[in-house]
Design a protein around this ligand. Structure first.
Ligand code: HEC
Ligand code: HEC
Ligand code: HEC
Length: 94
């Protein structure tokens, strides 16, 4: 029984690791009233999935909105002095 549980956990971890390689190739558009924000997974390949997502599988981010997005995106760009930190560099009117 113990062995079965261990191998099941290993299988789940392995599946997670395999899926983690598949960040979307196409940019994601985040809708915002003051101009939509384009997020590119390719330019963030050095950042771990779990920095932004609950799991390495990615997907929709629960409760993503202004506060969460700015705390995540803008703070890292400021800290690393890389990537856009000015409003209009992220929010682009169509
Ligand atoms: C710097 C932050 C960040 C990192 C790192 C990141 N993502 Fe994402 N990802 C996002 C955002 C933002 C979205 C859009 C979320 C939403 O719409 O709720 C997203 C969306 C996704 C989606 C759904 C795509 C769609 O079209 O709806 C998948 C799948 C995904 N990410 C997988 C990954 C995987 C796998 C990794 C790691 C290899 C990863 N992401 C790393 C920010 C990130
Ligand atoms: C952990 C750090 C980190 C986080 C979190 C992060 N970024 Fe970045 N971002 C970077 C770095 C570093 C660059 C510069 C990459 C380069 O120029 O090679 C960058 C570049 C960018 C660029 C310009 C390049 C491009 O893809 O067009 C945009 C736009 C951007 N980030 C949007 C976002 C958004 C939106 C989020 C939140 C969903 C986010 N970033 C979260 C580190 C981060
Ligand atoms: C690094 C990119 C980035 C920068 C810089 C940035 N934002 Fe945002 N902002 C976002 C993201 C991502 C969202 C969340 C979009 C979503 O809900 O999915 C957002 C959401 C918002 C919203 C909520 C929009 C809505 O429809 O609910 C407002 C308002 C806003 N930002 C204003 C600003 C202002 C003002 C500045 C400059 C002081 C700024 N942002 C700088 C990425 C950025």
């Amino acid at each position: 029984m113990k062995i079965r549980i261990v191998s099941l956990v290993a299988a789940v971890l392995f599946a997670g690791a395999a899926f983690a390689a598949d960040a979307p190739a196409a940019p994601v558009t985040l809708q915002a009233k003051n101009g939509n924000v384009t997020f590119n997974h390719k330019t963030h390949a050095a950042v771990k999935c779990e920095t932004c997502h609950a799991t390495a599988a990615g997907g929709k981010i629960e409760g993503f909105g202004k506060d969460k997005a700015h705390a995540l995106c803008v703070e890292c760009h400021k800290k690393e002095a890389k990537g856009p930190a000015k409003c209009a560099e992220c929010h682009k009117k169509a």
